[in-house]
Every structure is written in C-alpha cells, then in structure tokens.
Ligand binder design. Structure first.
Ligand SMILES: [Zn+2]
Length: 195
C-alpha cells in the first residue's frame, strides 16, 4: 500500500474547506423560537444550517438523514459497530464588540473570524473533511462512521434527546468542539438570578 501524506491531502482541499466553512458560518444559526415552525422547530437559521450540512453530505455521496428537523447525520463505512462524531451547528448570539461582521467568516492573518468559528462550526467542518478525505481515498473501513449534527447544544439539548430516542447509540465516539486536541469534560453549568 502506498503511503498516505495526510497533510498534502488536507492542503489539496484547503480552498474547498474554507469555502464550505464560510458557507456555514454565514448562516445565523441562533435559536429563534419566536419564528419556529413545524419544519424549523428551533427557528429558520438553525434549520438552514442543518440543511446546509445535510446537502453537503448528500453532494459528496454520504448517506444522510434528517432526524425530525432537530438533528441529522452523515454516514460512511461498513460494519456492525458505529463510530459517532458529534458536532453542532447552533451558535450563541453574537453579542457586541465585534471588529468584523460576525457572520462573514472573513480570513485575516491566517485566521477565520465568525461566531461559531471555533464552537462548533469549524471543528464540525474539520471532522467532516476528515471523513471526506478517508472516503475519497477509498480506504477500507470495518466500522461505520457517522457525523451526528446537533442543533440545540447551546440551549436545551433537544437535538440529542430527540436523536437518541430514534437512532442508534454509537459504539464509541468523540466530540470535536471548540479546542484542540482535547477538552476532558465540561464540569457543569449554572444559571443564577441574583435579586
Ligand atoms: Zn460547542
């Protein structure tokens, strides 16, 4: 078997990666329950971002599934065991103080700027491209690999609640989110009302 130069494979796809990531970053996928509909239960922005990733997967030949408009997945490979890669396409509101448009995905000095660039659209798209490279190289897989797309990670986790009511639990998995190479765990979250 010939040696695979992974970095070269990544660099060959760099322009496409940036373009696809910018496409995702330019969607304002903030929870918007006031404008929710049956087809977009978390609002139009989140729905658009979910569809964006599902369409990308479809175009690249992955098996894709929309799970109740609250989550979805892109799958490749074969085997009884399932590797889950869990990303999310919702973002928290952009807030104030930006020096660039938070939904442009502009590249400056080798960095990409947007709400969600590091949490979690960048890592989700990076994981997607890792799968795409393995797929395009035609490497044999003895497991299925599934990118599971969450849509409500920043709020109430209705995405994974719904997803795992209807879909298979992965045998093993990981979560590319926010920091590289690893965040061991988020230790919890508290909301306070101080009176
Ligand atoms: Zn996140």
């Amino acid at each position: 078997m010939t040696e695979i130069h992974w970095m070269d494979e990544v660099l060959k796809r760099k322009d496409d990666f940036i373009k696809d990531l910018q496409g995702l970053l330019q969607i304002k996928s903030v929870l918007d329950e006031e404008n929710a509909t049956e087809d977009a239960p978390l609002g139009p922005g989140i729905q658009e971002a979910l569809q964006f990733l599902l369409h990308l997967g479809e175009k690249d030949g992955f098996q894709t599934k929309n799970v109740g408009n609250l989550a979805g997945h892109l799958e490749m490979g074969e085997g009884s065991e399932l590797v889950g890669v869990l990303g999310h396409i919702d973002v928290v509101p952009e807030g104030d103080g930006w020096s660039v448009d938070p939904y442009s995905g502009v590249v400056k000095d080798g960095k990409i700027y947007a709400r969600g660039a590091s949490d979690d659209k960048g890592p989700t798209m990076a994981a997607y491209y890792a799968m795409k490279i393995v797929k395009e190289l035609g490497l044999p897989l003895n497991k299925r690999v599934r990118l599971i797309i969450g849509t409500d990670e920043e709020s109430d986790w209705r995405c994974v609640d719904h997803y795992f009511k209807h879909e298979e639990m992965p045998t093993l998995g990981f979560v590319p989110d926010a920091d590289f190479p690893i965040i061991f765990a988020e230790k919890g979250i508290s909301d306070f009302d101080i009176v």
